[in-house]
Design a protein around this ligand. Structure first.
Ligand SMILES: Nc1nc(=O)c2c([nH]1)NC[C@@H]1CN(c3ccc(C(=O)N[C@@H](CCC(=O)O)C(=O)O)cc3)C=[N+]21
Ligand SMILES: [Mg+2]
Length: 288
């Protein structure tokens, strides 16, 4: 068996195109463009590339991009003051502070300072809580993008066995919440799980978000299962995911590649969340 390759790039382009069309309607109705502020502290080259791609995607969708690049030695106070200004700025609908932040900055304190109603990353504890209770808020972009890809393969997710590998606040935990909301039977496995592949072998859906290159082997996958690979690992062999793609693709029913899978969906969902934020803030219905 050879898996269907899930084309994240094509899905992302389709979503960005739909959002751009709605943004045009929003601009005509309200006389303003949705705005996304992206804050980058320091000069990490990978982060700089992400921030540049986010700015381009924002402008391509007809939205305004406000980019703030601060030196690596920026103090917490200076960063918190910028966040306060962005919270108060009516032209800003979404605020994203690029992670990781330099070690001398308390990242939790910065995330807590962002207005939850502009938190298009969905990282604020208020949005984590909203997701947990099923209230309207912002869902983190990577798990939201994974869910959209999964829904394309499985129009009915209810009752499926889903295993999330990894328990981070930005991917694993919100991914599990989303799958639970879709009535999957959800298991989270992690570094202290005794029998990781005993779990993955039973799963209809495996979402890999551990940050270990090719951690998930082909024989850990149930024949026909859907595999979503969130990993972005830079190795000597190039960019690889958390799944041994070549082996897993022989067993799975559908699988996301790296690159070209989840990554592009993350950016498309950021654009989507920013449009939705602008609609909520202006009291108009978001249509997607
Ligand atoms: N506040 C915050 N929010 C984030 O959403 C956030 C962040 N900080 N810090 C870094 C991570 C990482 N991230 C990615 C986004 C897009 C791709 C992406 O588009 N990847 C492409 C290309 C990969 C490449 O060539 O580097 C792909 O997978 O095909 C990857 C990773 C967002 N992050
Ligand atoms: Mg873990």
């Amino acid at each position: 068996m050879t898996a269907t390759i899930i084309d994240g790039k094509a899905h992302a382009l389709a979503l960005r195109t739909r959002v751009a069309a709605q943004v045009a309607t929003f601009r005509a109705a309200t006389g303003r463009a949705p705005g996304l502020a992206v804050v980058l502290v320091g000069e990490d080259p990978a982060s700089a590339v992400y921030v540049r791609n986010k700015g381009k995607a924002t402008r391509d969708a007809g939205m305004e991009s406000f980019e703030h690049r601060l030196p690596a030695d920026t103090t917490s106070d200076v960063l918190l003051a910028l966040v306060a200004r962005l919270n108060a700025d009516p032209a800003v609908d979404g605020i994203l502070v690029q992670l990781p932040l330099p070690a001398h900055i308390d990242a939790q304190a910065v995330l807590l300072a962002i207005d939850p109603d502009k938190d298009v990353d969905g990282f604020h504890p208020v949005n984590a809580g909203r997701l947990a209770i099923g209230a309207e808020g912002f869902v983190p972009c990577t798990p939201l993008g994974c869910l959209m890809l999964l829904q394309d393969v499985h129009p009915h997710l209810a009752g499926l066995e889903a295993v999330v590998v990894g328990r981070s606040n930005i991917v694993g935990k919100p991914m599990a919440q989303l799958l639970l909301q879709q009535s999957c039977t959800v298991t989270i496995v992690h570094s202290r799980t005794r029998d990781v592949f005993g779990h993955t072998r039973q799963a209809d859906i495996v979402v890999a978000a551990v940050g270990i290159p090719q951690f998930i082997r082909g024989d850990w996958i149930k024949p026909g299962a859907t595999v979503i690979d969130v990993g972005i690992n830079r190795t000597d062999a190039g960019l690889v995911g958390d799944v041994d793609f070549a082996a897993a693709a022989q067993v799975a029913g559908a699988i996301t590649p790296v690159p070209g899978g989840v990554g592009p969906m993350t950016i498309a969902c950021l654009i989507r969340n920013t449009y939705v934020s602008a609609c909520r803030r202006d009291g108009v219905e978001a249509r997607l």
